[in-house]
Write a protein that binds this ligand. Structure first.
Ligand SMILES: [Zn+2]
Length: 350
């Protein structure tokens, strides 16, 4: 029973991990045991590998990576009623304390006590099996593959970001950043009713992928094009109804209000390591509404439903697949940030 273990910064190994086997012996009455099938590599996993930390979360002990997973239920707790052995499922990786104040308010994703896979000291799921609460495990319809199921986690960020923006049919949107989160945000915004989405980035390859996803996505390479001028020209000088910041770059964040229409909304998605500044005056004259998101809440069933109905096609974002035995190599490739790749996934032996 090998796991992919981040021993410390820059040091990964595929090895036995007896501690997790002991921890997972217990199956609570409302838990299910899942045999993992597909696990996506997230930017956060790669960041822990290359930097050993994300903000206040520091790798101090060996930790198993991975939090974007799909698999099959192989055992159910005594009080589980909604899932059965053999069900194909995807899992929401953050489990809050159900009695916490945040959970009772319905904002469980900002519960300070949330336990989130592959965030120290909580282990991730690049391992053969895991135990997870039924309440955070979602059945996949027959027409949603394991690969798509493992994309529900990143897609959930985009759906949460579109929800927070309160998109209306026909809205014009801008998504800054054509990485995986920018692209799932663009797809979610279109599914929510946006008429057009301008996606900006510096990487031509990523913009080509963005454009290939949907004819309503307009790529803007800010290396040689002016995003604000383009949006203003196409909207008769009015601007975009929603701007999603999905780069995490302070430089991009400083400009979020420039393409925004009066009364529009800016959603900050990209994580910022340090305090940043933005143009409060530009926000004021537009009466801009600014939203922040932290992961997601209550959106996994919506994501699964949209993948099943065809409202969102996530498959083009999966650009490379590795066998579990090659996981260390997979992370080396991911850390090199190949420009033509969006999401890489690892398939576990069944
Ligand atoms: Zn992720």
């Amino acid at each position: 029973m090998k796991s992919l273990v981040l021993e410390k910064k820059d040091d990964l190994s595929l090895r036995d991990f007896p501690e997790i086997d002991r921890q997972e012996e217990i199956l609570g009455p409302r838990d299910v045991r899942i045999k993992l099938h597909t696990v996506g590599i997230c930017g956060s996993d790669v960041h822990y590998y290359t930097h050993g930390r994300i903000g206040p979360f520091v790798i101090e002990e060996p930790m198993i990576l991975g939090h974007e997973g799909a698999g099959t239920v192989i055992e159910t707790g005594a009080e589980v009623t909604g899932l059965s052995i053999g069900d194909r499922v995807c899992m929401e990786p953050g489990v809050p304390d159900p009695n916490s104040r945040a959970a009772r308010l319905g904002i469980y994703n900002v519960d300070p006590a949330v336990r989130f896979w592959a965030t120290p000291p909580v282990h991730g799921i690049l391992r053969p099996t895991c135990v997870h609460p039924e309440a955070f495990t979602f059945k996949l319809p027959d027409n949603v593959s394991f690969a798509e199921g493992a994309m529900v986690e990143p897609l959930a960020v985009g759906v949460h970001a579109a929800t927070k923006a309160r998109v209306k049919p026909g809205d014009i949107g801008v998504v800054m950043g054509a990485g995986p989160i920018g692209l799932v945000t663009a797809l979610s915004a279109l599914a929510a009713g946006c008429a057009r989405i301008y996606v900006s980035d510096l990487a031509e390859k990523k913009l080509e992928i963005a454009q290939s996803l949907n004819p309503a996505i307009i790529p803007v390479n800010i290396a040689n094009d002016d995003l604000v001028a383009r949006v203003m020209k196409d909207t008769d000088g009015w601007g975009a109804d929603v701007v999603w910041e999905a780069t995490g770059s302070p430089k991009a964040a400083a400009t979020v209000f420039e393409p925004l229409a009066p009364g529009g909304c800016v959603v900050m998605i990209g994580g910022q390591a340090e305090p940043i500044s933005y143009d409060a005056g530009a926000a004021m004259i537009r009466e801009a509404r600014v939203e922040n998101i932290f992961r997601y809440a209550h959106v996994f069933p919506r994501c699964v439903a949209m993948l099943s109905s065809g409202a969102i096609d996530i498959k083009p974002l999966i650009t490379r697949t590795f066998d579990f035995g090659d996981s260390v190599e997979a992370f080396e490739v991911a850390a090199s940030a190949p420009p033509a790749d969006v999401k890489m996934q690892i398939i576990l032996p069944q």
